[in-house]
Design a protein around this ligand. Structure first.
Ligand code: ARG
Length: 589
């Protein structure tokens, strides 16, 4: 469906043209005085300069032209030259009716040219537990992916595991101390591959911190870990087999963790998958004259004339020939382009890596790893802080593990739900989990991604204010009204959404009509926070209407049925929005 703002703009632009003014002055915006009108046009102010007359002369003329127009209940010219537009309730009702009959998409058309968009998010490091820093990437990335998919794009999420660094060498070294007899440590190991991994996830999770601790104290141990890393990276078979075991054990644990967050990936590739593409890529960069040796290292210049700050060269190989995080990211672009031909790759990574990605993107572009039209986008997110404004920590001051954070919030949510009313423990726990996820995700997504934010459990789990539980509470309230209605009445056949009977109803209808425009915008700006802001306004508009209207006692059956239709539409819009945000609503709470 055409966006309501576009329909209105077109009409006002027509009126501008008809009166001899440039139509560009007819652009309409949402009103910033919703108490006065729903839309406004300020074009007369600018037009007055071009046509050298008083602005209200223009706005008056336009208002007169629009009098009696089917779109507007009123078009009022206000000094010095504003045009206040109230939408015609009949038109608005018809618009919503059409929206409602589009069951699946609620009036939001799919994009005309679907793109293939890869999205790199999650970025967990294998064998290290997930910490809260990984939470933001997972939550934001999942939502960006769902928004894109809803708009009709081919979205491919890749978890991009950190599985190629020193942590691998550390684990191998520690395993060797503990289980020196494992076949994998035999120099001549040639790769028969026993099925059972020689450790489970809890051992693995204990092995890494132990090894990391030892390496800080013991130089020889650290040397050994570095050698193991080098040997792994240079094809030592036994270590390769161990890497596979580590991946197996770690990935199934990661999957479980992400599942609990309602996050999933199409691809479970990692840094290690990029390694086979490095030699060819490096050779080509040399052959094409982009890569040169500087102080022993192989680098590509990426600075540009217009840089305000210096952008250092992108290092491709260290002087000892070892590859780096950059090399892996570049080689990852190589296989992504070869296999999926993406039109765009989005990276959802901590914003402190912005300069790094500037280097990587420029290098990829300059050396022709991507096509000129391929878009590379860095979506950097800010830090999640505790109430003290410092990066989120456990009470003891350690790094907060994601699992612990999630269970802490589940607990808090369960306490609140159990306080509110009597529920069976099992059902209460289940509901608490669903609501807790909304608290975490909405708490994160309602902030613009690039900003730091304070993770305030108290506030995020509240049923009031701009929170996930408030949105869910609103949906649950609607569900309960719908259930009551169904229990008592049968919906008349000709029931449909009717022109608003009150200001609060009209305000709700007006919010609903903005749905498709909002969604397009959230996609275009890669901005899930726009979806949050919208559903907060929508939930507020609904609750206001609900408090002012006695829906269940409405005597006129058609009017009542119209309310119910409106509620159904509100529920569906809210549900669709929380689905793209990556959470869902319970039946009751
Ligand atoms: N593993 C990295 C970390 O924990 C994040 C990876 C981000 N993605 C990328 N393509 N570099 O910091």
């Amino acid at each position: 469906m055409e966006k309501i703002l576009d329909i209105i703009s077109k009409e006002v632009m027509e009126a501008m043209k008809a009166n001899g003014y440039d139509e560009k002055y007819g652009k309409v915006t949402l009103s910033n005085r919703p108490d006065l009108c729903e839309y406004q046009c300020n074009g007369a102010m600018a037009a007055a300069k071009e046509y050298k007359c008083a602005p209200f002369l223009i706005s008056d003329k336009i208002a007169q032209s629009l009098a009696g127009n089917r779109l507007f209940a009123s078009a009022e010219s206000v000094k010095p030259g504003f045009l206040n537009l109230k939408i015609n309730p009949d038109y608005l009702a018809a618009y919503l009716q059409e929206m409602e009959s589009d069951r699946e998409r609620l009036g939001c058309d799919k994009c005309k040219e679907p793109k293939t968009i890869m999205i790199d998010y999650g970025g967990p490091n294998v064998a290290k537990p997930l910490h809260v820093g990984h939470l933001r990437s997972a939550i934001i990335g999942e939502s960006v992916k769902r928004i894109g998919r809803f708009m009709g794009h081919h979205m491919i999420g890749d978890v991009h595991l950190g599985d190629w660094g020193l942590q691998m060498g550390l684990i191998i070294t520690e395993l060797k101390e503990r289980k020196p007899d494992l076949v994998y440590f035999d120099d001549k190991y040639e790769g028969e591959y026993p099925k059972e991994p020689p450790f489970n996830i809890s051992e693995l999770e204990e092995i890494y911190p132990t090894a990391s601790g030892k390496s800080k104290e013991d130089e020889a141990y650290k040397e050994e870990a570095m050698t193991a890393t080098y040997e792994l990276q240079h094809g030592r078979k036994g270590y390769g087999a161990l890497l596979n075991h580590i991946l197996e054990v770690s990935v199934s644990d990661l999957k479980r963790n992400y599942e609990n967050l309602n996050v999933s990936f199409e691809l479970w590739k990692g840094e290690s998958d990029a390694q086979p593409f490095i030699p060819g890529m490096v050779q080509k960069m040399k052959d094409d004259g982009f890569a040169y040796i500087s102080e022993g290292a192989l680098v590509v210049d990426v600075k540009e004339e217009t840089d305000a700050k210096e952008v250092p060269p992108c290092m491709i190989l260290k002087s000892d020939g070892a590859s780096l995080y950059n090399t892996t990211d570049l080689a990852t672009i190589v296989w992504r382009m070869q296999e999926y031909h993406p039109d765009k790759i989005i990276y959802v990574v901590d914003k402190r890596q912005e300069l790094y990605f500037t280097q990587v993107f420029r290098c990829a572009r300059k050396t022709g790893l991507v096509k000129p039209e391929t878009e590379l986008k860095f979506l950097g997110f800010g830090t999640m802080n505790g109430k003290d404004g410092k990066p989120f920590k456990t009470r003891e001051g350690g790094v907060m593990r994601l699992e612990h954070l999630v269970s802490e919030i589940n607990e808090e949510m369960y306490r609140k739900i159990a306080d509110n009313h009597t529920v069976e423990e099992a059902e209460g726990r289940k509901t608490a989990q669903v609501v807790a996820l909304s608290a975490i995700k909405y708490g994160d997504l309602s902030n613009q991604a690039s900003k730091d934010y304070i993770f305030d459990i108290e506030r995020f789990t509240s049923f009031e204010g701009n929170t996930g539980p408030y949105i869910l509470y609103t949906i649950v309230r609607i569900k309960s009204i719908l259930r009551n209605y169904q229990a008592e009445k049968t919906m008349p056949e000709q029931a449909r959404i009717l022109p608003a009977h009150s200001d609060s109803e009209k305000a709700l209808m007006s919010e609903l009509s903005r749905f498709n425009g909002m969604m397009e915008n959230a996609f275009a700006e890669t901005a899930p926070h726009k979806v949050c802001a919208y559903i907060y306004d929508l939930a507020n508009a609904f609750n206001h209407f609900y408090h002012e209207t006695n829906i269940m006692k409405e005597p006129d059956a058609m009017v009542q049925a119209g309310y119910i239709r409106l509620l159904e539409l509100t529920k569906r819009v809210l549900e669709l929005c929380i689905d793209v945000l990556g959470f869902e609503a319970p039946e009751r709470m």
